[in-house]
Design a protein around this ligand. Structure first.
Ligand code: NAD
Length: 491
């Protein structure tokens, strides 16, 4: 097995197919976005290896589906223990390749491992139904079966969380998996499948590909009728493309896509609480989160107070290398993305937005951008509704609750919304009106293995986690069983 050392941690660099690591014909570089330096070279899969990974997943499918729920739960518990022993390896490698502050990597690790605990518990508790057939004479028995070999595609912004949340559900359900890491963050995925291997997941049950040519992988695997499921997390554009591909072979699809989270602060809100939560919800992972506060919508009665306090807190944020002591905001994932943020701020300026803080890239190595706060009067739908994905807070002011709700809902996306008010009745009434899959009431962080994560509209299809997540990888199976009491027992 070829491996490399990243900040003192040994990480496999190959492709993981059928329980073994193998080199690729080519390799590609992994770069630390905080320094711009190459930290590893990993195998670069082609469509050929993708089909080989699917061969392995298809061959392992029946045996894996037949594992007793308790045995599968025990394996998940073992994986959870092993993951936990390697917590710091994961945190360090995540910070090295994604740039996020070490404290955030540690928090991501804890949440990710929690999904293995959650699925260990859930897989032992799946149930079916039993009922009498409508006209009598038979019984209706329903159970669930794994959908089958699944393609799991993850983004770079939460490399372990996205892998653990998807693979946890797929594997717990009894599906085998071909995972495709994001090009920017292959090392975290490698540590993840290595840990599953050591925990005892059988050969072929989980496979991992890294690549610079994602379309070649998805084309090869999705054109193959053995693939029964695609679960994708990433941008809405790519998700839409993959849905069209899935339509070809009528492949079951779950999509976790982009967001445009409104963060609504009403006149009766606890402003200090709203400010603290907005700082986390906006600047965590340098704003590169699908559930980040994209439009901070303030009632005019609290707009001045919120803005002043928010600016004071944003000024305190320390930008720097994620390994640095006390660093709050790491780099943007790549120079290309940093340049996109520069252009985005320019577009806001052109629309008359006032830059209250920051607004510029940071000089030097690495792709950093200043924590930025903009006051925006425009309601240009294209600009205001764009996913910022940057340490860029856009503040809007509204004059009424109704205007706040209408503006919040005026979006193609429907992932996460946030609402700050002290009035519980109003909170419930508004939460029900918000066309989003998740609503945080007086909190800016919601992720929890026990909660169903996902969105409406262009934010996707299906849910991950909670009681629903595993059912994305299960299909109902109905048995109609003839029962003739008279013949069986006698008159
Ligand atoms: P992206 O869509 O560019 O890439 C996501 C993944 O898809 C990567 O692994 C990439 O290599 C792969 N990919 C790209 N084109 C592909 C193709 N043709 N076939 C197969 N795979 C392909 O997104 P990104 O920039 O990496 O991530 C940011 C996006 O992800 C944002 O829009 C964000 O909101 C979204 N996201 C959503 C969630 C969620 O749970 N809803 C979570 C995290 C990120």
């Amino acid at each position: 097995m070829s491996s490399t050392v990243v900040h003192g941690r040994v990480v496999p660099t190959g492709l993981y197919i059928d329980g073994a690591w193998r080199a690729g014909v080519k390799t590609f570089d992994v770069t630390d976005p905080a320094t711009g330096k190459v930290i590893a070279e990993v195998a670069d899969a082609t469509g050929t290896e993708a089909v080989e990974a699917l061969d392995a997943a298809a061959a392992a499918q029946d045996a894996w589906a037949a594992w007793a729920p308790r045995a599968r739960a025990d394996l998940f518990h073992a994986a959870h223990r092993l993951l936990t022993e390697r917590a710091e390896d994961f945190a360090v490698v995540m910070t090295a390749e994604s740039g996020k502050p070490l404290a955030e990597s540690r928090a991501e690790f804890a949440l990710s491992a929690g999904f293995f605990q959650w699925y260990a518990e859930q897989v032992a508790h799946l149930h079916g139904t039993y009922a009498h057939g409508s006209p009598g004479g038979y019984r209706i028995v329903t159970t669930h079966q794994p959908v089958g070999p699944s393609l799991l595609i993850t983004p770079w912004n939460f490399p372990l969380l996205m892998s653990a949340r998807k693979a946890g559900a797929a594997l717990a359900a009894g599906c085998t998996a071909v995972m495709k890491s994001a090009q920017e963050t292959p090392l975290t995925g490698a540590l993840f499948v290595q840990t599953l291997h050591e925990a005892g997941f059988p050969a072929g049950v989980v496979n991992l590909l890294h690549t610079t040519t994602s379309p070649a992988i998805s084309d090869a695997v999705m054109d193959d009728r053995r693939l029964r499921k695609i679960s994708f997390t990433g941008s809405t554009g790519v998700g839409s493309h993959l849905l069209r591909k899935a339509a070809g072979n009528i492949v079951n699809a779950s999509m976790e896509l982009g967001g445009d989270g409104p963060f609504v602060v009403l006149a009766d809100a606890d402003v200090d609480l709203a400010v603290e939560q907005a700082i986390v919800c906006k600047f965590r992972n340098a704003g590169q989160a699908c559930v980040a506060a994209n439009r901070i919508i303030l009632h005019s009665d609290v707009a001045a107070e919120f803005t002043e306090k928010f600016l004071a807190r944003a000024r305190e944020l320390r930008v720097g290398n994620g390994f640095g002591e006390g660093v709050d905001v790491g780099p943007i994932i790549s120079e290309r993305q940093r340049d996109r943020v520069v252009r985005l701020v320019g577009r806001f300026r052109d629309q008359g937005a006032e830059v209250l803080l920051g607004g510029e890239p940071v000089d030097g190595p690495g792709s950093f951008f200043e924590p930025t706060v903009l006051r925006v009067d425009s309601r240009d739908r294209e600009l205001c509704g764009e996913e910022l994905f940057a340490p860029l807070a856009a503040i809007y002011t509204v004059a009424s609750v109704r205007e706040a709700v209408e503006f919040a809902n005026d979006s193609d996306y429907g992932l996460a919304a946030y609402l700050f008010t002290r009035d519980v009745s109003r909170a419930v009434a508004i939460a029900e009106k918000l066309d989003f899959g998740m609503v945080g009431v007086n909190r800016g962080i919601m992720a929890d293995p026990a909660a169903a994560f996902g969105g409406t509209k262009a934010s996707g299809l299906g849910r991950e986690g909670g009681h629903d997540g595993i059912y994305e990888f299960l299909e109902p199976k109905y048995l109609a069983i003839t029962v003739d009491e008279t013949e069986a027992i006698g008159a």
